[in-house]
Write a new protein. Sequence first.
Length: 152
Amino acid sequence: MSYTIDILSGRAPASYDEALDVRDELSDARDERIGDGPDWEFEKPSPAMQALHDRLTLRFPCITSDPEGPWSDGPLINNFGRDVATLGISFSRVEEVLPFVIATATDMQMWVVDGQDDKVHLPGGITLQPEDDSEDDSQPERSGKRWWQFWK
């Protein structure tokens, strides 16, 4: 298992729910383009996604070239498509790698869906989170700590 995030190019969403819908739509479209027959191939990354891959692997090499890399699978380029990149980060390296991935992607005008932390990171440092629809004030407050920092 790994800590999985999605990086998307294109118009930034207006809400957390819209971000999930767009991510699902683009991921499904990518999967349809790839197909599932005997002749399927990985989708080639767009120039922007290729540039993102190159920046990320310059700092954190793919595990196919450095077995100590933080990624959960390789070749990492296979996780980058036209509009979407889905990356797995080894849990032991999330605290080190995730901030760099988010900063790099958003600096390139992409946005990051972190479904495990229920956040969407947009360019300009904007973060979207799910709306709290509960009117029950007896619910415990949500900690600002990430799930892997619960012991701190």
